[in-house]
Design a protein around this ligand. Sequence first.
Ligand SMILES: [Zn+2]
Length: 319
Amino acid sequence: MQRPARVVLALAVVATAMSLPAEEIAPGVELLAGRFVQGTQPDGNTVVLRGTAGLIVVDSGRHAEHTQAILDLAARAGVPIAAVINTHWHLDHIGGNPSIRRAHPAVRVWAGGALAQAQAGFLASYRAQLQAMIEQTAEPAARRTFSDEIAIIDAGPALAPDEIVTAAGPRTIAGRALELGLEGPAVTAGDVWVLDPATGVLAAGDLVTLPVPLLDTACPQGWHAALARLAAVRFTTLVPGHGRPMTRPQFDAYRGAFDALLACAASPQPAEVCIDGWMREAGALIPEADRGLALVLLQYYLPSSLRAAPEKTARLCGR
Ligand SMILES: [Zn+2]
């Protein structure tokens, strides 16, 4: 998720340190849950699979602690990280790439091709905002947060893929047979998902996120179409980009709530009605502790994304 810097400032709260335990979600498949706490920038979830040539890491997090947990997992397993697959270019999913490259120089990074355009556009203007915020604050923790973000952006080529995913289909990566999907424009101009046919685990990236869809760089209609295609994928467990793993009925509920949110936003209903609708339809998927965050995010996304100026939506939808 790429929340604009102004919002980050408005919500500024200091993160608390927390250990990051790995959780086995299917035989040989581990989840490192990304943190997403109100007032801090999130880490995306990381899924780790084992290939005959080493580990396959789906998304590398943003903060150093998250990436360290990935490196620790590889050290415990005693196997190198052979591949990273980035589901999309948001910093909470690619920020750990440089550290993984340093620790595992032979790693191959797979991703869609949308990063270069983001580096010239969205990330360049985000960097300028961060720079301005550093100059406006004397608070050391806030300054560190902003300069950490700039450091990720400035890693430039170390963030970028070695293997650009240009089409969906089966791929053998690090010796493991996987199925890659390519969607977009949806969450970004190019979103990759990863199905592990052996276990039925689907790493969906931010095509599925809780407590709400993170719409900052999204084409809402394209996202709607991508969810319809995800529904046709033969998965048993779906790992969202943020939030807990889902069963198929839970994904169906998510998709229903997503489509209802878009329909409400396209209607003359007041924003509060649309927000209430999401909280009701997706409510069972949202942990009690995240309900406040869900409300804050939707109050932001309704005007800024779902009811954005047509030119903004057209640009994000590549029209
Ligand atoms: Zn994310």
